[in-house]
Design a protein around this ligand. Structure first.
Ligand SMILES: [Fe+2]
Length: 120
């Protein structure tokens, strides 16, 4: 289970973060944003109060933007991150393509007696 309360979990205090530690902290921050999105959307779904629903969804959407900011920053700080993400996305695209219904092969035109019967 992630530890969201301490952004420096597992890191030595009293010094600046290394690049690797910073990226680890940013990933934890990204996870915290995702957790917040789930929380606010669950609360929005759980109420019939229109104002609360609207405000909670607005906040959830803002958290989605924050998640995008963290992800972008991680991608800038880790040059190979985008490549890993693209590879993962490609794998999912391939699986999705496998599940797509195949187009039916075009049937050859009917010939002979059967074709003549159709036109009667
Ligand atoms: Fe946020």
């Amino acid at each position: 289970m992630p530890e969201f309360m301490d952004p420096f979990t597992g890191m030595a205090p009293g010094r600046k973060l290394t690049a690797r530690e910073l990226c680890r902290a940013l990933r934890m921050s990204l996870s915290a944003e995702q957790e917040a999105i789930n929380l606010y959307e669950a609360l929005a779904d759980a109420t019939d109060n229109a104002l609360a629903k609207k405000v909670l969804q607005d906040i959830a959407d803002e958290e989605r933007e924050h998640a995008g900011e963290f992800l972008r920053l991680i991608n800038i700080l880790l040059p190979d991150e985008a490549e890993f993400l693209a590879h993962g996305a490609k794998e999912v695209d391939e699986m999705a393509a496998e599940l797509k219904p195949k187009k039916a092969a075009k049937k050859p035109a009917a010939k002979g007696r059967a074709a003549k019967n159709i036109t009667k």
